[in-house]
Design a protein around this ligand. Structure first.
Ligand SMILES: [Fe+2]
Ligand SMILES: [Fe+2]
Length: 186
């Protein structure tokens, strides 16, 4: 069972930054569900929507004006987080819930993390990315485990979680390459 789950997660293609959606992919959801299940789904979606706003804002404010490969990678990551944000906003409305007003506070947290790490430099940007994404994958795992999602929403959450794992791997790789370069210069 556990191996199957790991296998399933590995099946998500994290090279797809923004999966295609067609009109018929949008559905009205929640009909006939028990109120406790709906309440749990609502809480979970609000949490994910809010956290993704923070994630996309962090990357947004980490990008500098420099024409370089690192800014290209940060821009792709920002786009991926914008996709996640869209995913959960769509789900909220499919269930006829509304986004949380307090998510604006998470915009400011994202701005602070993004802007301060940008001021501190590339290493701080990478370490912030790894730290935030690690928190995110744990959060995703907890919500996947504790909430009885509909199948489509579950698959989207799993794909987005796989993306966050992809971001961790990517930033760790860049950090390792930077360390190698640094060591060669000493
Ligand atoms: Fe995300
Ligand atoms: Fe991410």
């Amino acid at each position: 069972m556990c191996n199957q789950k790991t296998q399933d997660k590995a099946d998500y293609d994290v090279s797809i930054v923004r999966p295609q959606m067609q009109s018929e992919d949008f559905k009205m959801r929640g009909q006939g569900m028990e109120s406790t299940r709906l309440e749990a789904i609502k809480k979970g979606l609000l949490t994910l929507h809010t956290l993704e706003l923070m994630a996309m804002t962090i990357y947004r404010f980490q990008i500098t004006k420099e024409n370089c490969e690192f800014n290209r990678q940060l821009t792709a990551a920002m786009c991926n987080e914008m996709t996640h944000y869209q995913d959960f906003q769509v789900k909220l409305y499919e269930y006829r819930f509304k986004p949380s007003i307090i998510r604006l506070a998470y915009w400011f947290v994202g701005f602070a993390f993004g802007f301060i790490s940008r001021l501190m430099g590339r290493k701080a940007i990478l370490k912030t990315g790894i730290w935030v994404e690690t928190k995110a994958v744990h959060h995703y795992a907890e919500l996947l485990e504790t909430i009885d999602w509909d199948e489509n929403t579950r698959r989207i959450i799993e794909k987005d979680q796989a993306d966050e794992y992809g971001h961790i791997r990517q930033w760790k790789k860049v950090l390792d390459i930077d360390k190698e370069v640094e060591n060669k210069m000493i």
